[in-house]
Design a protein around this ligand. Structure first.
Ligand code: NDP
Length: 264
């Protein structure tokens, strides 16, 4: 039997076990996906081995730790310095990042986009900025503080803090901050956000299962908008397929994982 787990802290709220177990059952694969809370990120790999896991998903706050601990990294994970999927192959642990391609698949329904503004500069912002740049989309990053902007300067992005931002127009605005996750705050000054949204067409919030204040603003500005549920779904589909050497059909995995979202 194959064994998988979500590794992070907290993990009690995660729907990954339900998503992956539904797909395992639906595809008649003998396997189980559990949840494991890890307080100290440096113990992540020991835990992976002691539980005899075949694969895992890594969530907050350990994605950077996972990056440091893998034996092998795929080129995208290497580029952004964060890993959300671990796979054991020939006694080595391989690290991947499926958040970025998961996000890109989720915005497919918006159609072709040329300019994007990312709010926030954490791990998720890095992943999203990197994949959008790879797809030839002009990316601007706007963060509350300067601290986390170095990665973006070094990699050729337009990057600003609230103090030195010079607004322009962006087709897509993406919230990658946690503003609105467990409170009712906006990720940016209300007037500035309204001005930006009046010139935009699309909004995306990585937070899922909630119409955040950011998405409420998008709705009142008549933007087409999405929450992070599809991103969560597709990062899970891609991770699941990596657990099985990419030999499965993504559409079939999607079909089963989607059921989790409907019955939630
Ligand atoms: P990080 O902690 O790495 O980054 C958070 C960023 O948000 C920082 O740039 C921080 O700014 C900014 N920020 C935090 N609070 C506020 C606020 N109140 N107002 C303005 N800016 C703020 O987080 P992650 O990138 O790891 O995760 C971000 C979110 O993405 C989480 O909510 C997570 O759940 C979600 N997520 C969703 C996924 C999905 O599949 N849908 C996948 C991965 C993540 P500063 O630098 O100034 O502190």
């Amino acid at each position: 039997m194959k064994l998988f787990s979500i590794l992070g802290n907290p993990v009690s709220h995660s729907i990954s076990p339900k998503m992956h177990n539904t797909a395992l059952n639906g595809l008649h694969i003998n396997g189980c996906y559990i949840r494991t809370c890890i307080e100290d990120g440096s113990t992540l790999l020991n835990k992976f081995h002691s539980l005899k896991l075949d694969g895992a998903n890594v969530t907050v706050p350990h994605k950077e730790f996972a990056y440091e601990l893998c034996d092998e990294l795929d080129s995208f994970a290497k580029q952004i310095g964060a890993v959300n999927t671990l796979v054991k192959k020939n006694n080595k642990v391989y690290g991947y990042n499926t958040d970025a391609p998961g996000f890109y698949k989720a915005i497919e329904s918006f159609g072709s986009i040329k300019t994007a503004l990312i709010l926030g500069a954490g791990g998720t912002a890095k992943a999203i900025a990197t994949i959008l740049k790879e797809k030839n989309i002009n990316v601007t990053v706007l963060n509350r503080s300067q601290n986390r902007l170095h990665y973006f300067y070094e990699n050729g992005f337009n990057a600003y803090s609230w103090d030195n931002f010079k607004p322009s127009s962006y087709e897509l605005i993406i919230n990658t901050t946690s503003a609105g996750l467990s409170d009712e705050s906006l990720p940016l000054d209300q007037d500035l956000l309204n001005t930006l949204m009046q010139k935009s067409q699309f909004a995306f919030d990585v937070i899922y299962n909630k119409k955040t204040p950011f998405l409420q603003k998008a709705a009142s500005n008549n933007l087409q908008y999405k929450d992070g549920a599809d991103m969560l779904l597709y990062q899970g589909v891609l991770a699941f397929n990596l657990f099985f050497d990419n030999k499965l059909d993504n559409d079939k995995i999607t079909k089963y994982m989607k059921k989790t979202f409907k019955t939630k």
